[in-house]
Ligand binder design. Structure first.
Ligand SMILES: [Zn+2]
Length: 398
């Protein structure tokens, strides 16, 4: 069995002023192309009852580029990607109509409602030494490569996106098929708050003390900032301190997530984890945001590292992992404060998180040749998401 994957690597762009203007101009030209193509489709249907397809419009694009030097000032793949995007919007619309939904028809995009363009194929563009080059872009566009792409990654598509801070580029790359690593160690992972993760073999990954300390420092700095008078010199200083604390906290937390995910990938050949439901638990807002963000990042690190190392990551249905008994499968309701799982049916008494971690492992359905580390029997009804084949994943970039 082999694992292959498409990963998206996101990087911030460092455009010059001139390049920034060029990016804005390309974005605007693609917004206009999108709207024109939409108008043409609507007209053709209203007037002649004809459905214009992507291929019709791509053919018209070729003619237009032949006649109009302005049109051919950009790589054809950028314009094709814009037409394709409209085509996808149409297809999505009809898919939802078919399935009985009430979808909105594809809309004309106003300024501010169109924030990306890209290359549907990585042709007519090159990246070398952290610099992107393509027709229509003056000079080489610098990319902040905070993390290198694997040397054997093959870039498939490329999307430029404008956000509040400037421009990002997303490079979707195929990683060649890797064979699965030898070994049969399997583990279930239950993510928590007081303990970062409980493992089905009884081990725990503690939450990061250093990050908690840094958070305390941040809160103190924020309080100090709130006390300063507007426009005062000391307020400026306090604001710098807050910003510095923010950066330090984020850095420490990311380090911790990297270390924790690396450790799991090193120690096990199969990792089962709950599929994250970001809107799941109702917790206090700040704690919730922080944990949702760091869990999402952690899972994204795990996916990436697991794919690279050739081990299996199985994301399971998260419902009732803490309520069900990992010994007999019976439902044992408990309050949030109950730290122990005590089963009245089979007598199993274990830590609540350990019980959850074992359930997560069960649900992954331990595959042939994989040893169930928790030492429990397998149960039917596991919810196994297919771990092989090509998947679209996103690697967090900051
Ligand atoms: Zn039981």
């Amino acid at each position: 069995m082999a694992v292959s994957m498409i990963l998206t690597f996101r990087y911030r762009l460092l455009p010059t002023k001139q390049q920034h203007r060029a990016l804005e101009a390309i974005l605007e030209s693609q917004r206009q192309l999108y709207n024109a193509a939409l108008e043409e489709r609507i007209d053709a249907y209203r007037k002649a009852n004809v459905t214009r397809t992507y291929f019709d419009q791509a053919k018209a694009l070729t003619e237009w580029r032949h006649d109009d030097p302005e049109a051919s000032a950009l790589p054809v793949n950028v314009q094709r990607a814009t037409l394709k995007r409209l085509d996808e919007a149409y297809k999505g619309f009809f898919r939802r109509v078919k399935s009985g939904g009430k979808p909105g028809f594809p809309r004309f995009r106003g300024k501010g409602w169109f924030d990306s363009f890209g290359f549907g194929e990585f042709q007519g563009i090159s990246i070398e030494a952290a610099k992107l080059r393509f027709k229509g872009m003056p000079g080489a566009l610098r990319v902040h490569l905070h993390r290198q792409m694997p040397a054997d990654a093959v870039i498939r598509t490329c999307v430029f996106r404008r956000d509040v801070k400037g421009w990002m580029v997303g490079l979707a790359a195929a990683l060649p098929t890797r064979s699965l690593r030898e070994g049969n160690r399997a583990v279930g992972v239950d993510l928590g708050i007081t303990t970062f993760a409980a493992l089905s073999d009884g081990a725990v990954i503690p939450s990061l003390k250093a990050a908690r300390l840094a958070e305390r420092r941040l809160r103190i700095a924020q309080r100090a900032l709130a006390r300063k008078k507007r426009g005062s010199k000391s307020r400026g200083k306090a604001r710098i301190e807050v910003r510095r604390c923010h950066a330090a906290t984020a850095r420490r937390r990311a380090n911790h997530l990297h270390q924790a995910s690396a450790r799991l990938v090193r120690d096990y050949e199969m990792i089962a984890i709950e599929a994250l439901q970001v809107k799941g638990l109702a917790r206090s807002s700040l704690a919730k945001d922080v944990h949702d963000a760091s869990w999402a990042k952690f899972i994204s690190f795990l996916r990436y590292k697991a794919a690279k190392a050739g081990i299996r990551l199985v994301e399971v249905d998260p419902r009732n992992t803490s309520q069900d008994c990992s010994g007999c499968g019976a439902k044992v309701p408990k309050e949030l404060g109950d730290r122990q799982h005590e089963c009245p049916h089979c007598g199993l008494t274990v830590d609540r998180d350990l019980n959850a971690a074992r359930n997560i492992l069960h649900r992954a359905g331990v595959g042939p040749g994989l040893r169930n580390v928790a030492g429990c029997g397998m149960r039917a009804g596991g919810n196994l998401s297919e771990p092989t084949g090509t998947r679209q994943e996103t690697v967090e970039s900051h």
